[in-house]
Design a protein around this ligand. Structure first.
Ligand code: UGA
Length: 435
């Protein structure tokens, strides 16, 4: 098959590389020539494990082609995916400007025969109908088009694995022909197939992210209870999760969820609800708890440090990515800077992105995590990168001024920390005060 993917972010580029790897001819359309040039040279522009290798392999096989031009790509395609961003507007709505723009741009180039236009971007209920309207308005008379919604469930950091091994492949469309085209394209992928209508496919995506964000806020809320009650949130949630109806997975308390998806999609589902005349009170609470999780941790640091010189390990919103969109680290650094803290930071891959937010006059960047803790009063862990899990406590001890660790991801064993000589503040577990 020949397909076009419009957009080369996490969803667009990963999907394009995977479809190319299956043997399809894939065009990827972007709108910035410098980025397209880099992609042509094998630079995926983002840090995602395995993506560079997959991109280089398919460039070499000439199965993937990057362009800024719509005409040739669209007119030769059987399926066109829209995979552009839908960031939050100031009022929390998903910004659909780019989605509608690309629909208008692609429509005139649709070929005479049949083409499926499928939206992979996360879009509110009713958006695909609007895309259909735009395409019907601008397409050539003899072009036969069917619209489909094909939401994506990949996670950053494991994007290729998730795409190949999805729990489900959701295809929403009124057209049997479109559904069959998409089933054929997705054939090599694992996962159950869910065939449904457009509105259901659109809602499945938001409902999935909303329930995942709800599990995290639930875990964080229980951690607030544990801190006040002297309980241990890990013991509590382990036992709660042993009930098969509940499960323990994706219920890790921490410094709040971040990233390009949950914060934006929870805001959007709140507004979708309001627009439908529904009071989205559960999702309002999910958002509020997430804010409290970040704030509580910043307050905990301020209340328990001896001097205002600290080190932070981990800046990306989660491990195995350099993505810092809505990362809790940005919020916490901002709060600490407001209070006059001096901050050393270390992250294995996210440094250059954070520099765009806080330049070197605001915080000090280190390429060695241990050097970052020299003479500081506290070590703060905000991302659970594997390399932090087996910390050399003796080395850290030699370098730090005051022995205090704030662990925003509960990566260290509570019992082990009791005899470590450090004061240790984590999430939802009793503080250990050794100094
Ligand atoms: C999320 C979903 O997991 C994907 O299924 C979805 O496709 C994607 O959004 C999207 O809509 O595109 P992602 O944002 O890459 O994926 O990352 P997650 O692994 O879901 O983590 C999101 C945030 O939640 C991170 O900040 C993470 O630290 C936090 N989290 C996750 C917790 O605080 N506790 C947990 O138990 C799990």
């Amino acid at each position: 098959m020949t397909i076009t993917v419009i957009g080369h972010g996490y969803v667009g580029l990963v999907s394009a590389c995977v479809f190319a790897d299956f043997g399809n001819n894939v065009y990827v359309i972007g709108h910035t020539s410098q980025k397209i040039e880099k992609l042509r040279n094998g630079d995926p522009l983002i840090y995602e494990p395995g993506l560079k290798e997959l991109l280089e392999k398919n460039l070499l096989a000439k199965r993937i082609l990057f362009t800024t031009e719509y005409e040739k790509a669209i007119s030769s395609s059987d399926i066109v995916f829209i995979a552009v961003g839908t960031p939050s507007k100031a009022n929390g709505d998903a910004d659909l400007g780019t989605v509608f723009q690309v629909a208008e741009k692609l429509a005139p180039h649709l070929k005479k025969g049949f083409t499926v236009v499928s939206c992979k971007s996360t879009v509110p209920v009713g958006t695909n109908r609007k895309i259909e309207g735009i395409i019907n308005q601008y397409k050539p008379k003899n072009a036969e088009v069917a619209i489909a919604s094909c939401p994506e469930f990949l996670r950053e950091g494991t994007a290729i694995y998730d795409t190949l091994n999805a729990d489900r492949v959701v295809i929403g469309s009124d057209s049997h022909k479109a559904i069959n085209f998409l089933l054929k394209l997705h054939k090599p992928m694992n996962g159950k197939r869910v065939i449904t209508n457009l509105a259901s496919a659109e809602l499945i995506k938001y409902a999935s992210n909303a329930v995942l964000a709800t599990k995290i806020s639930f875990a964080n809320l229980i951690s607030f209870y544990c801190e006040k009650a002297g309980a241990d949130v890990e013991n509590v949630l382990d036992a709660v999760g042993m009930d098969k109806r509940i499960g323990r997975i994706f219920m890790d308390p921490g410094v709040g969820y971040g990233g390009a998806c949950f914060p934006k999609d929870v805001k959007a589902i709140i507004n979708i609800g309001k627009n439908l005349g529904i009071d989205p009170l559960l999702f309002d609470a999910v958002e509020k708890i997430n804010y409290e999780a970040k704030l509580n941790f910043a307050v905990k640091i301020m209340a328990n440090t001896k001097t205002k010189k600290v080190a932070i390990w981990g800046l990306s919103f989660k491990p195995n990515t350099d993505d810092i969109r809505e990362a809790p680290s940005l919020f916490i650094i901002g709060k600490l800077l407001d209070m006059g803290f001096k901050i050393n930071v270390y992250d294995p891959v996210a440094e250059s992105n954070v520099k765009k937010v806080f330049d070197e006059t605001k915080i000090k960047y280190f390429t060695d995590p241990y050097k970052a803790v020299d003479e500081v009063s506290a070590l703060i862990i905000l991302t659970e990168w594997n390399e932090f899990k087996q910390i050399d406590l003796e080395e850290v001890k030699k370098r730090m001024k005051d022995l205090i660790i704030f662990d925003g991801r509960n990566i260290y064993d509570h019992e082990m920390m009791k005899s470590s000589g450090f004061s240790y503040y984590s999430i939802g577990r009793p503080p250990i005060k050794n100094i």
